[in-house]
Design a protein. Sequence first.
Length: 443
Amino acid sequence: MLDDLDVQATRRAFLGLAAAGVAAASVTSQARAAKVSTRAKIVVIGAGAAGTAMANRLVQRLDGAEITLVDGRADHLYQPGLSLVATGLKPPSYTVSKTTDWLPREVKLVAEAAAAIDPIAKTVTTAGGTTLAYDFLIVAPGLVLDHAAIEGFSLNQVGKNGIGALYAGPAYAALTWQAASKFTAEGGVGLFTRPETEMKCAGAPLKHAFLIEDIASRGVGKGKYEMHYAAPQGALFGVPIVSEKVRMLFGQRGIATHLNHTLKAIDADRKRATFSRAEKDGTTSMVEMGYDYIHVIPPQRAPDVIRQSGLSWADKWTDQGWVEVDQKTLRHLRFPDVFAIGDVAGVPKGKTAASVKWQVPVVEDHLIAAIEGRDGTEVYDGYTSCPLITRVGRAMLVEFDYNNNLVPSFPGVIAPLEELWISWLMKEVALKATYNAMLRGKA
């Protein structure tokens, strides 16, 4: 536990960071005050973090533009909060708001899913048959969870027979805690997985494992449970120095690691999971592992509307369909009037809400430059942030770029590879406020 002086010092530092953030947002808003007159038709697909933030910023920058947002979802999900719901730390309602709560009146919402994109004709067709012409298109539909790729698994199993799956949404995150809490109270074997594909917030599987272990240690107690983490990759995290830190923490906490293991099937009745294991000689073997609690994260892919549009990479991530964009500008390499932001963008990093915060201004800059007939100047360097929770009340604020360099936002205040209370507070309190400001186009 922190002593009183530590708590006071940390609170002062946190309040200072919050004040600095508000001031920075104010300066940024002032710098973007000048509006550009245009009659451009801009269509944004997706009302998640990226699409909503983008629409709000464009309203603030453009005068006379026709901005249309296409999304059939009535609810907006604060997805960074799902890991807290899945460990009983927040209620499901913490993550849910209305899509319309975040949209200014200047944005026209078409409350239907996008069904087709024709980048040659420059049109978007909705599920209801409406066709929208555009001058510029911003694709930000997020991604889809391919639960069917795991044999024997379906979402109606979540919360039963020791099965959890927090990514599927607030209700499933709550059901995940229902299954996980039984494990933390009774013990047994906990099995934690991640997919072979690219995924949103690659730190989330680690957070869940860390939190469940911490809660179990104070519940059923040490020696009454086993923890196993299985991943298809050859490392625990894509940034080597972070991977090594996680490996050390897993060792200290007794969490066994099974690398090169891809979840293929679940037998819910027998509580057995089957993995394909990549062997050193290049062959693959099948491995079965038992569990009392398993956390399932399925493969993740671009939505069908993207994969069928001709906007995906032809020679990268061909099984996943991410949009072919320049990694610095997020502009499509073959269709310059198309941009991609958020999870669907085909770049090496950046599937987090924090990444969206840095991607959106880059797309804004290049889109407005295109309207004005000039070149944009802003560059996205791959910034990705992961408040990697390691215990209830402790986290590491891990921030990195395309080159796997650590890029701490608060050097001298928050050490990126130390388990700190202030990093936990950033995740548990400050992150949502920053997220909400981002949605409004204010951060």
